[in-house]
Design a protein around this ligand. Structure first.
Ligand SMILES: *[C@@H]1O[C@H](CO)[C@@H](O)[C@H](O)[C@H]1NC(C)=O
Ligand SMILES: *[C@@H]1O[C@H](CO)[C@@H](O)[C@H](O)[C@H]1NC(C)=O
Ligand SMILES: *[C@@H]1O[C@H](CO)[C@@H](O)[C@H](O)[C@H]1NC(C)=O
Length: 394
């Protein structure tokens, strides 16, 4: 009897251990795999994305012409510390952005990404709501900084954007708005928009209104009337940086709203479109337009690419178009990400571009500004400077 029981309990141990014998090596291999993946991640420096603001050291410490921060408080007041109600420069300026909602069947089949909620402040957003929230904050910044400006959203005819705000109009333009073609469509839409304005002028119904074509992930934090005033002869303005491969960013293109300005700007964009379709259709979907812009500029024989290493704006004739080149550091400043941008934030920064996965920071910055009692733009800029290097969840 006793002997039998002992056998029995040994059997029990055996039966109990049997699954472990198979399971433990499996577990070890899973751990190993995770280790390998982590090592690969480290190797590729794949950035971790954060779902909350991460404040780090501010770039540009000790440089006298850069914003100095103490905690989230700015030691310098920038030119636009508090918003003024009227532009010093009388010109009417409108902002134009191409925007479309992606609601593809792919997203609907694997509904996960669409439903994934991200929370900023008190609000949760799904994927579509996130891109609408970005657009909304884009408009908020313009209405705070340049309250006399209008915002024009160019979109596809079938989209019904739920954007109903004062001084915001939606223009639909036929086209191909798929993700792969969006950058191409964007230039096409800019051209169509300028054609429509020129048509109005030819019918005697136009009035001078300058246009600034921008990405919707940009915060306008300063008055942009100044350069139209200071450089009265340019037709089109682009933003440049000291970067060999991509010296021009396509996220900000300004056009003088005279018939001459719009005609010459349109001719320039038509040339860019031609180069894009003939040379860069195979480029990654985000880069084709920037490569085409740079090609058109550099193909002008009189143009010296060393100009891109300068810090000041400069003018150059490209074909028959007078182009004003504005430094990205002021007109298209991206939170520190790469070479040449580790030197902090210039005190006169006017446009902050929340490229890539920095969109959470754009919303957080607006929430910070609108909830602070003094609406101090400088303090908000410190918040951006101190956490701009981080990759966020949208
Ligand atoms: C910005 O503030 C710092 C610290 O107070 C100061 O040293 C620097 O001179 C200021 N820069 C300007 C341009 O006011
Ligand atoms: C997505 O597309 C479907 C079908 O076209 C439509 O019914 C739905 O309202 C769209 N959703 C959004 C958020 O636009
Ligand atoms: C969040 O909620 C609090 C209290 O409900 C409110 O006072 C605050 O304004 C809200 N913040 C935002 C950004 O909506």
């Amino acid at each position: 009897m006793f002997g039998n029981m002992r056998v029995c309990s040994r059997w029990r141990i055996f039966l109990f251990c049997l699954p472990m014998i198979f399971f433990v090596p499996h577990m070890l291999s899973v751990l190993k795999l995770q280790e390998d993946l982590a090592a690969q991640d480290l190797h590729r420096e794949k950035p971790k994305k954060f779902n909350h603001l991460v404040l780090g050291p501010a770039a540009g410490v000790g440089l006298s012409d850069r914003l100095q921060c103490e905690g989230p408080r700015a030691l310098n007041k920038t030119e636009f510390s508090t918003f003024s109600k009227n532009s010093k420069y009388g010109d009417q300026i409108s902002f134009v952005t191409v925007f479309t909602i992606y609601n593809s069947s792919v997203d609907e089949q694997s509904n996960r990404k669409l439903i994934d909620l991200v929370t900023v402040g008190n609000k949760s957003y799904n994927k579509v709501e996130r891109s609408l929230a970005t657009l909304d904050v884009f408009i908020n910044f313009i209405q705070a900084t340049m309250p006399q400006s209008n915002v024009i959203i160019l979109t596809e005819p079938s989209s019904e954007l739920p954007v109903h705000r004062n001084r915001v109009t939606i223009h639909s333009i036929q086209g191909e708005y798929s993700r792969d073609k969006l950058m191409l469509q964007r230039i096409t839409s800019y051209i169509a928009f300028l054609e429509a304005r020129l048509e109005e002028h030819s019918l005697g119904r136009g009035q001078v209104n300058h246009y600034i074509f921008t990405d919707s992930d940009m915060a306008i934090v300063g008055d942009l009337g100044q350069f139209f005033h200071e450089y009265p002869n340019f037709h089109l303005a682009l933003t440049f940086r000291n970067n060999k491969e991509q010296p021009l960013n396509s996220g900000f293109i300004a056009v003088r709203g005279t018939v001459e300005g719009m005609t010459r700007a349109k001719a320039f964009l038509v040339e860019v479109l031609k180069v894009y379709t003939s040379k860069y259709m195979k480029a990654s979907r985000m880069l084709g337009d920037q490569l085409a812009l740079a090609w058109v500029v550099k193909s002008q024989h009189s143009f010296d690419a060393r100009m891109f290493t300068k810090k000041q704006p400069f003018l150059h004739e490209i074909g028959a178009t007078s182009v004003l080149f504005l430094p990205c550091a002021i007109y298209n400043w991206t939170p520190p990400e790469g070479a040449g941008q580790f030197h902090g934030m210039p005190l006169d920064v006017k446009v902050v571009h929340f490229k890539g996965s920095r969109k959470r920071l754009m919303l957080e910055a607006w929430n910070f500004l609108s909830s602070s009692s003094d609406s101090d733009v400088s303090n908000m800029l410190c918040l951006i400077l101190k956490s701009g290097r981080t990759k966020y969840d949208f």
